[in-house]
Design a protein around this ligand. Structure first.
Ligand code: HEM
Length: 114
């Protein structure tokens, strides 16, 4: 893109920029599962979805991490019911900036499923 980067330069990609890129997402600045659905409501992985980065230094856990997350989430959801407390107001999705983007601390009611 016209930039000349000297050999040996340390490059730290800011993945948040592509994960919030206008024109790549239906709702670039919102946590909204519709970002992953096409007009027919089918799941589609957008080209700009690259939380594990890309290229020769792509995350080595790219295959493992989604499986782990799936197993952890399914195990928790099968055992427990996660309930937003009635007195907690509207959830605030504004992320906290750091090495990663994290949600603000929140309270959650957790009930054992029968
Ligand atoms: C949701 C979980 C994870 C996310 C979002 C994630 C994301 C990333 C990202 C963005 C990078 C930097 C890639 C770059 O330099 O361009 C990276 C590197 C790396 N990740 Fe992950 N990662 C996850 C889980 C894991 C797991 C479970 C493992 C190992 C079992 C792992 C192993 C690595 C390794 C070894 C690198 C360095 C690759 C290199 O520099 O050649 N990651 N990861």
């Amino acid at each position: 893109m016209g930039y000349s980067i000297p050999k040996g330069t340390l490059i730290i990609p800011l993945l948040a920029s592509v994960l919030n890129e206008e024109g790549q997402w239906k709702f670039p600045n919102e946590f909204n599962p519709e970002n992953f659905l096409n007009d027919k409501g089918e799941f589609v992985k957008p080209e700009a979805f690259m939380p594990f980065s890309t290229g020769p230094r792509v995350c080595l856990g790219e295959g493992l991490a989604p499986m782990e997350l799936f197993l952890i989430m399914v195990t928790l959801l099968r055992k427990f019911r996660f309930i937003w407390p009635e007195d907690a107001g509207e959830p605030d999705y504004t992320p906290l900036f750091g090495a990663t983007l994290t949600p603000k601390p929140y309270r959650m009611k957790i009930q054992l499923r029968k």
